[in-house]
Write a protein that binds this ligand. Structure first.
Ligand code: FES
Length: 171
């Protein structure tokens, strides 16, 4: 009898399925392996798609609900594909007091997405996090791993423009 996951698994990209099987196989005899498998899947795919969880459940016999318990418990795991360019805003007290919410609003307005979302073209992802530990530079924005301190809402337009033209050059 086919599982209820079968229709989704039939459409699954074969490379992705191969990756998931390889991760499951690599960790199969190790204790506490579920989290290690999920780490490796995210490392290979950039996130843990639903099909990967379903296939993993089939491969390992671990119930899907248990897999999702782990995935949703740890903030580290991503369930949707990340954007190509990630913009992180610090939402800690110092940054909040220095107006980080105005920068976030400007980003949301210009990109047409909300905190935690990725644009449809997958070019931009924005998210807020807790204190990044450099409060003296508040409000802090991290763009593709590069920290930008004392940011202001008027930085946003230029930032988006610069990323878009960089991407266009690489097309
Ligand atoms: S509150 Fe933003 S870096 Fe500390």
């Amino acid at each position: 009898m086919k599982s209820t996951a079968a229709p989704l698994l039939e459409k699954m990209d074969s490379g992705m399925a191969q990756d998931v099987r390889a991760c499951a196989d690599h960790w199969k005899d190790k204790e506490g392996n579920l989290i290690m498998i999920l780490h490796e899947i995210q490392h290979r795919l950039g996130f843990v798609p639903r099909e990967a969880s379903l296939l993993l459940a089939e491969e390992t016999g671990v119930p899907v609900a248990r897999i999702y318990e782990v995935l949703t418990f740890y903030h580290y795991f991503k369930l949707v594909a990340p954007g190509k360019n990630n913009i992180t805003l610090c939402n800690g007290t110092a940054c909040y007091l220095k107006g980080v919410d105005r920068i976030l609003k400007e980003l949301e307005r210009r990109l047409g997405i909300q905190d935690g979302q990725t644009t449809e073209d997958r070019l931009f992802h924005i998210e807020t996090v807790r204190c990044l530990g450099c409060c003296g530079m508040a409000p802090v924005m991290v763009v593709n791993g590069k920290t930008m301190g004392k940011s202001v809402p008027t930085d946003v337009a230029g930032l988006i423009e610069a990323i878009r033209s960089q991407e266009a050059e690489h097309e």
